[in-house]
Design a binder for this molecule. Structure first.
Ligand SMILES: *Cc1c(COP(=O)(O)O)cnc(C)c1O
Length: 831
């Protein structure tokens, strides 16, 4: 009691309760927020009350910076990035915001004084799962880096009421559960009911002649919904800049109920209200778009239109004209999901702001930039024309006009090459007439980029070959990156502390290439031992937590071999499984002492409709069930499926990995970012020459990377020559016996039908060439085991991985976008 009193009066004398950063002020502010915001005493506060009080305490400290940032950007009319993304997988905010404000230590001391368990409070936070995986997580890392680099930016997206489903494992199968992340309240967002735009759907278009005698088009939508802004602050690390993440929620316009009341159509009004609110209700849980899902196209148009109208509002309030719109905003389209921005910006400029078409096109094209994220043909988004016509009739007109103008240019450049015209058209005429969203984005953007060097090259030679021939100067590469604030400082504090000690300061947190200061110490056996102790501590933490979560507590001295990412055939979790089965067979024939003890950990969600991915999850669990309980194995082998892989859980995995599995078929993974997070935390990579693996290997050195498998070129050749997996199966003895083992029913209580679809697929189709790469993979894994036995050498390689990983900071990626694509400069904010 008496300590509290002194702390309070001392704080009063020193700094304001809502902005001060000292321990004493935090203690007071926490108590005030618990009482005045939550209306709770400590004695009756629930764990979530405590979290909310902590969150409001941290949020208070960001608000002044946030307002100052907005004011600074407005006063200087700063060029601003508008990052349009259907997904932002931002993860829990409390711990990260404390890191960025530099108050982690003060908060720990405050918690101690209040007799609170800060770790437990952090654990209480529910993460906003507003993304599927890598693409949404990339958007979140980029928001972090833009704020840290002091680049004015607004992230625009959708405030899904239900994010990515929670994954439960029941009887080895994935079961999806709705993600009710908002049920206890979200302290980070601020609802802005006045920032609200009416968004139309359907209806028809009308021609009219304006007072100047100019013929114009008007869209008369049949349905209108409101898009309302919810704002989340995104602070930079160690700077005053706080940027804005603005997510849109759909609501029925108020007039609805009233209208219906008058006409007596009460149920009709209720239905319309539900229909309006459905738009931002749920995230589509697919990595790649499902064909023809009308609601998804509605979601895309909804958030794109809200965002563009918001930008137009800001620009008009600042300058009163839209003539410099493209100088004010650099719009980045994160994949094809926001491609409609091209058509919608044209409509807003031409129809609503009465700009001549040519000028509007100039502005649109100069404002937009497009990031392509995939080479998988099935993931290239297209929409049926008739759906477009029904939902967005005016936009279809505009797309036809853009297409006609563009194809005229194609005909000029490639005289009468009709085949090329067909390939480049925004309309695919071969599959029942569909709009090609990647083409719309590419035609409407002044820059197009891939997300790793290999991917950008493959884009130019495959899916965007014709565009590249048409406008080669628009093509760029920006290799992805991840934020070291979340994936090192926050999630691996022991490693961060050790690195800071060796480097002499913590500049590496904002200048990740400073990690190279570790390099001269890689041979220092004292450091190697401390490095290993840090890793073992993280493995012990994970092991204990897995014990609670799954009932299996692996030995922290075993090699932790982790594959955590969406479950997808191209990512080849089943290749990993075949290696596990090979080790199991070895134990069965040569005893458990014949292998280096390993713990295999898998994590990842499967799209609910992706049957083969779900069967792979079942197989992982079934194999684990047998191996983990086989006395002959005696703990030398563990196979654990960690349920519900998300950002929060990812943060437990990366620090604890010895080996990172990045084993996709070469040419299929655009970049990958999990590969970077693992390596940053000292895991060595076993991987193919795919995505950013290529560059990671270049950076860390071939001798510190376990490479196997065909190159992208070899994959193409092999496929062209006619790939026959059955020939491999029938002639390659270890492969045959491993596949037969799955088919035998050993892992399915004698049921030989259960895994048949998987087995048959591998033997007869094997679209991702698991069998073709298996031998090389097995051999490489044997090499891994051999190297792991020399602990000092392994730690040396681990230190070198971290020392040379600087390139893969999202700060470097954002720097490249800023200089080469957006032409935008930092705008420092002072308090
Ligand atoms: C980084 C991350 C991913 C992406 O992993 P890849 O290995 O690049 O596919 C997916 N999900 C979460 C939660 C992540 O943090």
């Amino acid at each position: 009691m008496s300590t509290n009193k002194t702390a309070r009066s001392a704080a009063d004398a020193r700094e304001p309760t809502r902005t001060g950063l000292s321990k004493d002020t935090l203690v007071q502010a926490f108590g005030d927020n618990l009482f005045y915001v939550q209306g709770r005493f400590r004695e009756v506060a629930t764990p979530y009350d405590l979290f909310l009080a902590a969150a409001y305490t941290v949020r208070d400290r960001m608000l002044e910076r946030w307002i100052k940032s907005a004011r600074t950007y407005k006063e200087r009319n700063s060029r601003t990035v508008a990052y349009l993304s259907a997904e932002f997988l931002i993860g829990p905010q409390l711990g990260l915001n404390m890191v960025k404000l530099g108050i982690t230590e003060a908060a720990q001391e405050a918690a101690q004084e209040l007799d609170l368990d800060l770790t437990a409070i952090l654990e209480t936070e529910e993460e906003p799962g507003l993304g599927n995986g890598g693409l949404g997580r990339l958007a979140a890392c980029y928001m972090d880096s833009m704020a840290t680099l002091q680049i004015p930016a607004i992230g625009y997206g959708i405030r899904y009421e239900f994010g990515i489903f929670d994954q439960q494992i029941i009887d080895g199968w994935q079961v999806e559960k709705g993600d009710t992340w908002l049920r206890n309240g979200n302290p980070w967002e601020i609802h802005r009911p006045k920032i609200c735009f009416p968004i139309g759907f359907g209806g028809h278009t009308e021609q009219y002649t304006d007072s100047a005698g100019i013929s114009r088009t008007r869209w008369m939508p049949a349905l209108v919904v409101n898009g309302v802004a919810y704002d989340t602050p995104i602070p930079g690390y160690g700077v005053n800049n706080v940027n804005l993440l603005r997510l849109w929620k759909s609501e029925a316009p108020e007039s609805f109920d009233f209208q219906a009341f008058n006409t007596g159509n009460y149920y009709g009004a209720v239905h319309a209200k539900i229909e309006a609110e459905t738009i931002s209700k749920v995230l589509y849980p697919n990595d790649d778009p499902e064909v023809g899902k009308e609601l998804r196209l509605k979601q895309q148009f909804f958030f794109v239109s809200c965002s563009l109208r918001d930008m137009i509002r800001l620009e008009l309030s600042n300058t009163g004209t839209l003539e410099q719109f493209h100088q004010k905003f650099a719009i980045q389209l994160n994949d094809t999901h926001p491609s409609l921005a091209v058509a919608e910006l044209m409509r807003l400029l031409v129809d609503e702001h009465l700009m001549p078409w040519e000028q509007a096109w100039e502005i649109t094209q100069q404002a937009c930039h497009f990031t392509n994220h995939t080479l998988l043909p099935e993931a290239l988004e297209t929409w049926p024309i008739d759906l477009f016509e029904r939902l967005l009739p005016r936009h279809l007109d505009i797309i036809y006009q853009i297409n006609a103008n563009f194809l005229d240019q194609v005909r000029v450049k490639f005289f009468e090459d009709d085949e090329r015209v067909r390939r480049l058209s925004l309309i695919d005429e071969n599959n029942g007439r569909r709009v090609r969203m990647a083409h719309l984005a590419a035609v409407g953007s002044c820059a197009i980029n891939g997300v790793a060097e290999l991917h950008s090259e493959l884009l130019k030679s495959t899916v965007m070959q014709d565009f590249h021939a048409m406008v080669p100067e628009r093509f760029h590469n920006v290799t992805n990156g991840v934020t070291p604030r979340r994936f090192m400082v926050l999630s691996n504090p022991r490693l961060a502390t050790l690195i800071t000690e060796i480097c002499g300061d913590n500049q590496w947190v904002r200048q990740l290439d400073h990690l190279s200061a570790l390099e001269p110490h890689a041979d220092d056996s004292n450091l190697q031992e401390r490095w290993q102790a840090v890793k073992t501590a993280a493995k012990t933490d994970l092991s204990n937590w897995l014990g609670q979560e799954t009932g299996i507590t692996p030995d922290p001295n075993s090699l932790f071999d982790i594959q955590a990412k969406r479950i997808h055939e191209y990512k080849r979790q089943h290749l990993n499984l075949l290696h596990i089965l090979a080790l199991y067979e070895q134990i069965k024939t040569h005893g458990c002492d014949s292998i280096v003890p390993r713990t295999f950990i898998f994590g990842g969600k499967a799209a609910p409709g992706y049957y083969m991915a779900k069967l792979i999850i079942k197989l992982i669990n079934a194999v684990g069930e047998v191996i983990n309980h086989d006395p002959a194995v005696n703990g030398a082998l563990r196979v654990i499926f960690m349920p519900d892989f998300n950002v929060k859980r990812a943060q437990r995995l990366y620090p604890a990995a010895d080996l990172s599995e990045q084993i996709s078929l070469a040419g299929k993974e655009a970049s990958g970012t999990g590969n970077m997070k693992f390596s940053m935390n000292g895991a060595l990579t076993i991987g193919t020459l795919d995505g950013a693996n290529v560059e990671i290997r270049e950076e860390v050195g071939a001798e510190n990377f376990f490479l196997f498998g065909m190159t992208a070129a070899e994959v193409q050749q092999r496929q062209a020559a006619g790939y026959d997996p059955y020939a491999i199966y029938s002639t390659d003895e270890p492969i045959k016996s491993l596949i037969d083992l799955i088919a035998s029913g050993l892992f399915s209580h004698g049921d030989t039908e259960l895994f048949k679809p998987l087995v048959e697929n591998l033997m007869h189709h094997d679209p991702f060439m698991v069998l073709a790469d298996f031998r090389a993979y097995l051999k490489c894994q044997q090499q891994v085991a051999k190297v792991y036995q020399n602990a000092h050498n392994w730690q040396r390689m681990s230190i070198l991985n971290v020392a040379r990983i600087g390139k893969f900071s999202s700060d470097r990626a954002i720097q490249e976008y800023a200089e080469r694509i957006w032409q935008i400069k930092p705008e420092p904010v002072s308090l």
